[in-house]
Design a binder for this molecule. Sequence first.
Ligand code: AOS
Ligand code: ZN
Ligand code: ZN
Length: 394
Amino acid sequence: MTDRAAAARRALREQRIETPSWAYANSGTRFKVFAQAGVPRDPWEKLADAATVHRFTGVAPTVALHIPWDRVEDYGALAKYAGEHGIGIGTINANVFQDDDYKLGSVTNPDPGVRRKATDHLLECVDIMDATGSRDLKLWFADGTNYPGQDSIRARQDRLAEALREVYDRLGDDQRMLLEYKLFEPAFYTTDVPDWGTSYAHCLELGPKATVCIDTGHHAPGTNIEFIVAFLLRAGRLGAFDFNSRFYADDDLMVGAADPFQLFRILFEIVSADALGTGYTSGGAPIAFMLDQCHNIEAKIPAIIRSVLNVQEATAKALLVDTDALAAAQSGGDVLGANAALMDAFSTDVRPLLGGLREEMGLDPDPVAAYRRSGYQERIVAERVGGTQAGWGA
Ligand code: AOS
Ligand code: ZN
Ligand code: ZN
């Protein structure tokens, strides 16, 4: 094995990918949610499925929760249960988009009573983080307007800033705020956090514990996401990714399915900034690599395993770039040579390298096949009757 391949293997062994609790439940589009047999009936069963993904991949040791979809009486007990299953509870996702009260917005709503309700929910999420030991609070706002004149764009920014400030000030020393942006949907005229620049500006205003979350599906077609990654890395404000694939809008398909080359380019920026592990921090912690996906027609657990493998494959390729050749070509003005250094790595079949790594970790080299052979799917189909819907996309 070359030195570069050996170093890649070490980095891949340390890589961590967080899976979302809602991806294990029934979810889909606003047109139809196709119910699947064996899906979790409660947060405890979602955790069991997340632990299963970790058992077969070895690199997915945390699961993100969503409140209220994962509401339980005792969050400490939930965290303990996760630990007993070999995983931990990761990011807490707030939900200020599902109540009727939020028709005109949550924290940017013109009604101060609705704003108070929304902010109180965000504060409650921080209480939950205290109980679960979670580091990150992820905020995505559906807030915006549908028609010109509907509300003051500027006043909504003021209301947003005020709510974020209150929540930011409630964070503990080891906690961060991840502010996610999205171009449009459900609002179609203005969105209150539509892009990375808006998120970044609010984070700067708030302080160092506020960092940007890049959801790969939340951009206009053709957006150069790796540029955003490079910019935020340099600014020290890249806190997290919500990985998924898009063909059209916020499709939430498996990461690496639509455009594996884009995923490679994003991960190359991460690797070249030494930001895969603990070499880079934002808000006092490394980048959180999370999935944010919906599996409407495909089997959920194997789809999530496949997604984890897709991230690993893109990372492995990024780690194999001959950086010496690249640097020489770049400084010598050799455009084609520099491009070839990237393309050579992207064209490499990294599956044998990853298979070898898994064997070294005591795992099956083919996690999807191993899951299928394991009997877990048959067991949950037999045991779980009446699985629930994530609450999303109904
Ligand atoms: C919504 O489009 C976003 O991607 C959010 O990350 C959202 O919070 C997540 O899908 C679960 O609610
Ligand atoms: Zn997201
Ligand atoms: Zn989304």
